[in-house]
Design a protein around this ligand. Structure first.
Ligand code: IPE
Ligand code: IPE
Ligand code: MG
Length: 246
C-alpha cells in the first residue's frame, strides 16, 4: 500500500548506517559494504524523486568518521569522488538539485571542485533537493551559526536581544528547506550520532535494524507508512490537532 500524498513527508533525512556489518556478515572487506551502500543510495534517491518527496538529506561522512583507519577514510573519499563523477549527469538529467553541507576545507581540492561542479550543473533543477552531509556534525553546524550571529552583533547589524529562533534557523545549514519531517536510521543503533541536532527538534524518528545496503524501496515504503501513522502535535493536545478544540 502506498502512503497517501497528504501524509507524505516533504523532507526525509537518513543516517545510512550498517555498511561495515553488512560486509562482515558476508566475510567481505568493509569496502564492499560501502560500495553496496553506494548502490542503495542511487536507488533511494530515485525512489524519493519518484514519490515527489521534495528534499532528501543523507549523512555520508561525519566529522567523527575521520577517526576511522586511514585506509577506510581514503576508500570512502575515493568512492565519494568517483560516485560524484559517475552520477552527476544522471542527477542533472533527472531534475535533482544537489547540495552539500559540512566543512569542505578538509577535503582534497579535487573533491571540493567536484562538489562545486555537481552543485553548479544541477543548480537550475527544481525536482528533488538532494543534500549530502559530508564532514558534517550537528555541533559544528550550531557553532558555525553562532559565529555568523556573533559577527552580525559585532558589526552592529543585530542586537543581542534580537537573536531569535528564526534568525538562528536562518544561520544554520539547510535554512532554505523545511525541517526534516521524517528521520530514518538504518543499522539498528538508536542514536543521532551528531546529525542535524538543530533541525530534528520535531522530526518523527524511525529506526530500523535493516543494514543500509539492504535498505530498498520496500523498506522506504515501511518508513513512509510509519510516518503516515504519526500524529504530529508540536506541543498541542491530540484533540487540538484533530480540530475538536480551539
Ligand atoms: C555507515 O556504515 C557508513 C559511514 C559511516 C561512512 P558504517 O561503516 O558505519 O557501518 P557499520 O556501522 O560499521 O556497520
Ligand atoms: C553515523 O554513523 C554517520 C554516518 C552514517 C555517516 P556512524 O557509524 O559513524 O555512527 P556511530 O559511530 O555508530 O554513532
Ligand atoms: Mg556505523
Amino acid at each position: 500500500m502506498n502512503a497517501s500524498a497528504s501524509t507524505m513527508p516533504k523532507h526525509v533525512a537518513i543516517i545510512m548506517d550498517g555498511n561495515g556489518r553488512w560486509a562482515k556478515n558476508r566475510s567481505l572487506p568493509r569496502a564492499a559494504g560501502h560500495r553496496a551502500g553506494f548502490h542503495t543510495t542511487r536507488d533511494i534517491v530515485e525512489a524519493c524523486g519518484r514519490r515527489k518527496i521534495s528534499a532528501l538529506t543523507l549523512f555520508a561522512f561525519s566529522s567523527e568518521n575521520w577517526a576511522r583507519p586511514e585506509q577506510e577514510v581514503g576508500l570512502l573519499m575515493d568512492l565519494f569522488l568517483r560516485g560524484l563523477k559517475s552520477e552527476v549527469s544522471s542527477l542533472r538529467d533527472n531534475n535533482v538539485r544537489v547540495g552539500f553541507i559540512g566543512e569542505r576545507s578538509a577535503f582534497s581540492e579535487k573533491l571540493q571542485n567536484e562538489m562545486l561542479h555537481a552543485e553548479s550543473v544541477t543548480a537550475d533543477n527544481d525536482g528533488l533537493r538532494l543534500t549530502i552531509a559530508v564532514n558534517y556534525g550537528g555541533r559544528w553546524d550550531i557553532v558555525n551559526a553562532t559565529k555568523k550571529i556573533a559577527t552580525q552583533v559585532k558589526e552592529g547589524v543585530l542586537e543581542p536581544e534580537d537573536i531569535s529562533i528564526d534568525n538562528f534557523s536562518a544561520a544554520v545549514t539547510l535554512s532554505d528547506l523545511p525541517e526534516p519531517d521524517l528521520f530514518i536510521r538504518t543499522g539498528g543503533e538508536k542514536r543521532i550520532s551528531n546529525y542535524l541536532l538543530w533541525h530534528l527538534a520535531y522530526t518523527e524518528l524511525y529506526f530500523t535494524d535493516v543494514l543500509y545496503p539492504d535498505f530498498n524501496d520496500d523498506e522506504l515504503e515501511q518508513a513512509l507508512h510509519f510516518y503516515a501513522g504519526r500524529q504530529r502535535r508540536f506541543g498541542k493536545t491530540g484533540e487540538q490537532v484533530m480540530g475538536k478544540h480551539a
